[in-house]
Design a binder for this molecule. Structure first.
Ligand code: PMV
Ligand code: MG
Length: 379
């Protein structure tokens, strides 16, 4: 394994939740997500180390526009210079740990990040930029070192990188961005994962962790059903970690209600995945409607607003047009999704959304052939 002299470009798509939100945070609980055709692109160009730095990371996501990084003297692992490690640094470190375990030589490089996930005017759409940047960085750095990884290994490395930075959340966004298309996902046991990650870090066992089964984890591409997806953005994005923490805290003390939510969500997701596999549009839509009701109830028992009045409008308009709809992701604003029978007039629903100040987003589902080879930089 030698670093790639020409550099490397890789990209990873954004995601949307179709169903299973909140339940999927609990180990072994399922969600269905899709990847969408907006991307984060990561470009690596080799450079010579200078001033103790291994290179610079450039991103519009940073306030300052760029950050230097280095290989820390004690163990040669990547770290940010000044400030905390973020998803990018963490992803570099995890992939380089794997390279170093295999006896590879670590190199110096600059890394540039560009994002299409938010609107041109800076509005955030909630398409999962942290997950996509982590997945794209894993792919680019792996490509730079000549590692060829399948989607599940990309997912696992991105998950290890992300767990070190932000240890809450299900990782569904990472799964969708790594696997693409329609994805059936159940989250791994995060307590197990944290311990395993720390052990792997201490003993150089990242490679073993990649090859082992992760308790709870299910990661599977579903066939593409003929129902059509429409996405509406209702504004006022909510903070997902704050909502997840609030819903979990709010449901405490209502343990039996929360467990029945988890059971009902799991049942609904089982019907949804079967309906997708059978390409049964009617059953897909009824599973979506059932999941919507469960999420509205979860909001009620936890005292948090998951489906805002704007999202309720989106759902009602979709229903008037023969579609099934719900909030997507943590809710509290952001996007709602509608699934429409293949023969329905989507344009009429979109204009009714627009009239209600809901912005239809021009998104399509993105599926890559697996595994996607990283592209080499040609310029
Ligand atoms: O708001 P989003 O799109 O990041 O989705 C959050 C989904 C939750 O299930 C509520 C949390 C999670 O990490 O899965
Ligand atoms: Mg969100």
């Amino acid at each position: 394994m030698t670093p790639h002299a020409d550099g490397m470009v890789a990209r990873a798509p954004g995601k949307l939740y179709i169903a299973g939100e909140y339940a999927v945070v609990e180990p072994g609980h399922r969600a269905v997500l899709v990847a969408v055709n907006r991307f984060i692109t990561v470009r690596i160009t080799p450079c010579s180390p200078a001033g103790g730095y291994a290179g610079t990371i450039r991103s519009q996501l940073y306030d300052t526009g760029s950050r230097p990084w280095r290989h820390r003297p004690q163990d040669g692992l990547a770290e940010a210079v000044g400030g905390d490690d973020d998803y990018v640094i963490s992803a570099i470190r995890v992939v380089e740990a794997l390279v170093a375990e295999g006896g590879g030589r670590l190199g110096s490089f600059n890394l540039g990040i560009s994002s299409e996930l938010d609107e041109a005017d800076g509005r955030k759409l909630g398409l999962g930029s942290s997950a996509a940047v982590t997945v794209a960085t894993v792919r680019a750095v792996a490509g730079f070192y000549g590692l060829s990884l399948d989607d599940s290994r990309v997912y696992k490395l991105a998950m290890l990188a992300s767990d070190a930075v932000q240890p809450i959340g299900s990782g569904g966004d990472i799964a969708a961005s790594a696997v693409t298309g329609w994805v059936d996902y159940a989250s791994p046991d995060r307590v197990w994962l944290r311990r395993a990650r720390q052990r792997a870090q201490a003993r150089g066992g990242t490679g073993d962790l990649l090859e082992s089964d992760w308790p709870g984890l299910c990661l599977r591409r579903l066939p593409v059903p003929s129902v059509r997806l429409q996405v509406g953005w209702t504004g006022t994005p909510a903070s997902t970690p704050a909502l997840v923490a609030g819903v979990q805290a709010g449901s405490r003390g209502a343990d039996d209600v929360y467990s029945s939510f988890l059971r009902a969500s799991q049942d609904t997701l089982a019907s949804l995945t079967t309906a997708i596999e059978d390409d049964d549009a009617g059953q897909v839509m009824s599973a979506i409607t059932r999941n919507r009701v469960l999420l509205v109830q979860l909001g009620r028992i936890s005292g948090r607003v998951i489906e805002t009045p704007e999202l309720t409008r989106l759902v009602e308009i979709a229903r008037d047009h023969g579609a099934a709809a719900k909030s997507s992701g943590a809710g509290g604003g952001d996007c709602g999704i509608a699934l429409c029978p293949p023969d329905k007039d989507i344009a009429a629903m979109s204009s009714a959304w627009r009239a209600a100040s809901i912005q239809p987003l021009d998104l399509a589902i993105y599926t890559h052939d697996s595994p996607v080879p990283p592209m080499e930089v040609t310029s």
